[in-house]
Design a protein. Sequence first.
Length: 295
Amino acid sequence: MSDWHIGVIGGSGLYEPGALEDAQEIPIESPFGEPSGPVTTGTISGVKFTFIARHGAGHMLSPGHVNYRANIDVLKRAGVTDVVAISAIGSLKEELEPGHFVAVDQLIDRTAGRERSFFGEGIVAHVPLADPVCARLSGLAETAARKAGATIHKGGTYVAIEGPQFSTRAESHLYRQWGADVIGMTAMPEARLAREAELPYALVGMVTDYDCWRDPEGDVDVTDILKVMGANADKARAMLAQLAAALPKKRKASPIDTILDTSIITPRDKWSTAATLRLDAVARRLVNLFPDAKE
């Protein structure tokens, strides 16, 4: 068995019956509230995979109502080592056509009102986020997508908006002026939280539309988005199978695995018991090292 354990955040259609060997659905509780649903865990080509549907079964949660903290927390509790996020995105560039995939490498956060950190009450941490995507994992996912027959673009800046409405035309033009390549509603704070949980994170976006910047075309149409997503589902599943087959047997350590060593600013003798209990998965290494926290 490989020592990789890949967490996948995406739609429930990514793990149809038969795609996973020894598949089990496991409910996992989180001190950060209710996750989007239970996780489904199993193996692909000897690699352990754990899936969670970001929007819940039946797509019942809008982007602003997803409990991103709980979702990352339960993946960490399940023993995940790395996270691959798969999501629908709009294109802000002509060459990024609907049906194409993009291995995102940068993010602009325009969300508001979402819980952005596991830390802050009892233990304060400031993780570096200059490069929010793990280059190693993203490269492996990009290669896997290409082998699966997808047209995939290496790199791209994703602007995360609050939603649930799509952009105005003026906003769409503004994001293009900023240099953004694609647009979506879920990568933030997901990527921030994965970094705090010491989980390397890769984001593969499936282009479904051109947003609304291409004058004089009309607005984004959900019906068209669903058609493109349906057409790409098989390639997304094939990408994960290719990824499993290509992963090195031995997972070399990543600097992200220990990012909290130089990110927590609160002195160890000041860590509160309540905070250490909340962070028993996210900061498992450090919490286990220092069990005698203060009330």
